[in-house]
Design a protein around this ligand. Structure first.
Ligand SMILES: *Cc1c(COP(=O)(O)O)cnc(C)c1O
Length: 429
């Protein structure tokens, strides 16, 4: 594979953009080597500036569940675009979007559109604090909620001690307000609430962790969090920026039958445009300005072009059988990868939830962040590059989930499994 043009662009980019990219994981730092630059994308494929084609298992980090450049999404955008790109006054598509979201996700009685997942989570914790009059936020090790200060915090030395900043620039005083728990540990959550329950405004969680590879909740774990929040008067916030409209039409909350107080969305609801949203109980959402005192605003929020792309995508995913087919494809892929690894004498395990999956280089089941980080990262790196050379693009980090789209069919999955037979051999040290 020739990467001359990508290399030249990366050289130019590195002098002007920090690390040569506008978002860190794109720089390939955790797998080594250089990123390729996209020229275009189509269905299940990314095509780079040097003309190389890759089966894409990232889908722009989640949004492209209907495949890249879907004609119905492009047509919707083209049509709306001709009437103007932004108005700064209300438009009808915002109302349609709110109707669609509240219908698909019943726990959201009202919603507010924003421009990214980060904005959605920041706004949701402000609302949780404003509505409860409490300051502490609980999050989980390995969960990612965007780059807001309150989320760039890791656990202190003792499990129940104050959080410490995970990035320079995050004030210690703010990090003190974020408490971090190990995901899937029932007792740790119970203990924390016994100790600090009266100060906790909200618990924010990725109901299925998709930012520490892919970790599923243990039976009853999300219900346990729901019960603790209810008992202590804290709000349960499901960050469904990744899982929303990916693991089921109604998100992880539908899959597991849990009703959070607030939810955050992004990625798929924008269909590839910059969009986020948060929503939840009416009595909470009514406390947001201008109907209530908790301030939150956005010049481009509810942008008509972004709403058009999102609505077209949300229309596609409501086709009968859409998720059943995706789930079958994911099993086909993961079963195939496990067989190929076994034949190559490499130990892997996979976690799956409908259109997302995790691949771990380990011989054990992975249910916790500690288990996810104990996998063989070196083997993943070699596997990643061996797959890339064969035209398969996996997430360039051992700690990211993989995504399928409805355009991933037999041809793409067979090609991926075939490529993996040799790639697993190369992954052996
Ligand atoms: C991607 C992601 C975010 C951040 O969304 P951005 O649009 O990148 O700001 C927040 N939470 C989760 C669970 C995510 O996967």
């Amino acid at each position: 594979m020739n990467h001359t043009l990508s290399h030249d662009l990366f050289v130019r980019a590195q002098t002007l953009l920090p690390g040569g990219v506008n978002s860190p994981v794109r720089a390939f730092k955790s797998v080594g080597g250089e990123p390729f630059f996209a020229q275009r994308a189509e269905g299940a494929y990314l095509i780079d500036v040097d003309g190389n084609r890759y089966v894409d298992y990232i889908g722009s980090w989640g949004p492209m569940i209907a495949g890249h450049a879907h004609p119905q999404v492009l047509d919707a955008v083209a049509q709306v675009m001709r009437d103007g790109l932004s108005f700064g006054v209300p438009n009808a598509l915002e109302v349609t979007m709110a109707e669609t979201l509240t219908r698909l996700v019943p726990s959201c009685e009202m919603v507010r559109m924003v421009n990214s997942g980060t904005e959605a989570t920041l706004s949701a914790i402000r609302l949780a604090r404003g509505a409860t009059g409490r300051n502490k936020i609980v999050k989980f090790e390995g969960c990612y909620h965007g780059h807001g200060d309150s989320f760039l915090v890791k656990a202190g030395s003792g499990m129940l001690t104050l959080g410490v900043p995970d990035s320079p620039g995050v004030p210690k005083a703010l990090a003190d307000l974020t408490l971090t728990l190990p995901y899937n540990d029932f007792d740790a959550a119970t203990q924390l609430f016994e100790l600090a329950g009266a100060d906790i405004a909200g618990v924010i969680v990725e109901p299925i962790v998709g930012n520490a590879n892919c970790i599923l909740p243990r039976d009853g774990y999300l219900q346990h969090l729901r019960d603790l929040c209810t008992r202590y008067g804290a709000l349960l916030i499901f960050d469904e920026v990744m899982t929303g409209f990916r693991v089921a039409l109604g998100g992880a909350q539908q899959r597991y039958g849990i009703t959070p107080d607030l939810s955050t969305f992004g990625k798929i609801i924008g269909g590839g445009m910059p969009v986020g949203a948060y929503g939840g109980r009416r009595d909470l959402m009514q406390q947001i300005a201008p109907s209530g005192p908790i301030y939150q605003a956005g010049t481009l929020s509810g942008n008509p072009v972004a709403m058009a792309a999102g609505l077209a995508t949300l229309a596609l995913i409501q086709a009968p059988g859409f998720y059943e087919k995706l789930e079958r494809r994911t099993h086909q892929l993961c079963d195939g990868l496990e067989d190929a690894a076994r034949e190559a004498g490499v130990a892997i395990t996979t976690n799956r939830s409908c259109a997302m999956f995790g691949l771990f280089f380990t011989d054990r089941n992975v249910e916790t962040f500690a288990e996810a980080t104990a996998c063989d990262v070196g083997a993943f790196r070699r596997f990643f590059h061996a797959m890339l050379r064969r035209g398969v693009y996996l997430a360039p980090s051992a700690y990211e989930a993989g995504f399928l789209s409805s355009m991933h069919g037999d041809i793409e999955i067979s090609h991926t499994i075939e490529a993996s037979r040799e790639a697993f051999r190369e992954a052996r040290a």
